[in-house]
Design a protein around this ligand. Structure first.
Ligand code: FAS
Ligand code: PHB
Length: 389
């Protein structure tokens, strides 16, 4: 088989890249190691920046998002039993869209399947070859049969545990990482959200987040120790702990119910540089991870896809390779600013086991500043709604 761009991974990065290239008349094949059902069963991000909303619209997959998603003009920071609203719209003129990553993935799969795209699920042992030459190729096994795909470029959209970054020359690859001393226990429940907007809560017992997927589907998180186990958390224990960490008004009005999904995710900051190795590119979680506190993970994958798709379109339409050569530098400039914001917001809202009383006071002073200063609130708001591409 031959294609112009071989895409490894059918998460949001791989599917969005494939759809945008298709709209530009560029052929791709997407190789995914899991089944479609497995990919669609993952519960992940919930907040879309305007940049991603615009990309989904341009890719022709935004209609259900606009019909079912919720536009949020602000968010609430809760600490010392009081809620403070950060008014994105007034401070930046922008909003965010609350619409689950699972739904984005479903919309992209529907669009790709509708265009008879070559999406190959349960592709085993994907391997990348000769991407340091102008004739790269990829191999994989499907139903016991080995296959080869010759291509012009390889897009490694295969996430943090994928094969693409592992295939990069390790002597060239540089990584930067911070592992946080806690995780997030998240649940999904078929209950009405406790508030119209998200509530980020800082409490001495630990961070909590009240989010949602729709008017009847809520998403909640509490910070837990790194060695905690989901089995140790009954629904009742979760709801009791969440009530202790959010403000009294929310605790008194929250509607609880059985969890339909419950899991613990670790938190890390991670960046791999560079993001281009010959004719192979790293995209999305394959190149970087952020703690979900700033709601940046999915949105950073989108801006990588923006830079790479623009570069490939310029190459195939005008034989201009300039943006291809600049891909890594362009993507990393935005990535590092989102890494900084995610690290800052995580430090602001979580309790750190080894934090001295002085650091705890610094957290409260920073929260007091951000919620009482227009400049402080604007700095948070412009990062949360998404810095320009
Ligand atoms: P993904 O990891 O989504 O997709 C990579 C795909 O490649 C997967 O389908 C995988 O199966 C496939 N793959 C891997 N290795 C392969 C191989 N060798 N061959 C073929 N295919 C291979 N972000 C937020 O903004 N907000 C959140 O609240 C949030 N919560 C998260 C919770 C969890 C538990 C996790 C893990 C992440 C969360 N994220 C969140 C981040 C997440 O949304 C990612 O940023 C987003 O999925 C990135 O998309 P991709 O780059 O496509 O990577
Ligand atoms: C979510 O709804 O899953 C969500 C929202 C905002 C975050 C993290 C997760 O910062």
């Amino acid at each position: 088989m031959r294609t112009q761009v071989a895409i490894i991974g059918a998460g949001p990065s791989g599917l969005l890249l494939s759809q945008i290239l298709h709209k530009a008349g560029i052929d791709s094949v997407v190789l995914e190691r899991k089944s479609l059902d497995y990919v669609l069963g993952r519960i992940r991000a919930g907040v879309l920046e305007q940049g991603l909303v615009d990309m989904l619209d341009a890719a022709g997959v935004g209609s259900r998002m606009h019909a079912e998603g919720h536009v949020h003009d602000g968010t609430e920071l809760s600490f010392e039993n009081k809620r403070h609203r950060i008014d994105f719209k007034a401070l930046t003129g922008k909003s965010v869209m609350v619409y689950g990553q699972t739904e984005v993935t479903k919309d992209l799969v529907d669009a790709r399947q509708g265009a008879d795209a070559k999406l190959i699920y349960e592709a085993e042992d994907v391997a990348l070859h000769d991407f340091d030459t102008d004739k790269p190729w990829v191999t994989y096994r499907k139903d016991g049969v080995e296959h080869r795909i010759d291509c012009d470029y390889i897009a490694g959209c295969d996430g943090y545990h994928g094969v693409s970054r592992a295939s990069a020359p390790q002597s060239v690859l540089k990584t930067f990482e911070r592992i946080y001393p806690f995780g997030w226990l998240g649940i999904l429940s078929e209950t009405p959200p406790v508030s119209d907007e998200l509530i980020y809560a800082r409490h001495e017992r630990g961070f909590a987040l009240c989010s949602m997927r729709s008017d009847v589907l809520s998403r909640y998180y509490v910070q837990v120790p790194l060695d905690d186990k989901v089995e140790a958390w009954s629904d009742e224990r979760f709801w009791d702990e969440l009530r202790l960490r959010i403000d009294e008004k929310a605790a008194d009005t929250i509607v609880t119910g059985p969890s339909i999904e419950k899991s613990i995710a670790p938190l890390r900051s991670f960046v791999a540089e560079p993001m281009k190795f010959g004719r192979m590119f790293l995209v999305g979680d394959a190149a970087h991870i952020v703690p979900p506190t700033g709601a940046k993970g999915l949105n950073l994958a989108a801006s990588d896809v923006h830079y790479l798709s623009q570069a490939l379109i310029a190459f195939y339409s005008e034989r201009d390779g300039g943006l291809i050569e600049a891909y890594s530098e362009n993507a990393l400039r935005r990535i590092w600013k989102a890494e900084r914001f995610s690290w800052w917001m995580t430090g602001l809202m979580h309790t750190f086991p080894d934090a001295a009383p002085f650091e705890q006071r610094m957290q409260l002073a920073e929260l007091d500043y951000v919620t009482s200063s227009t400049a402080g609130a604007a700095a948070m708001a412009e990062n949360y709604v998404g810095l320009p591409y």
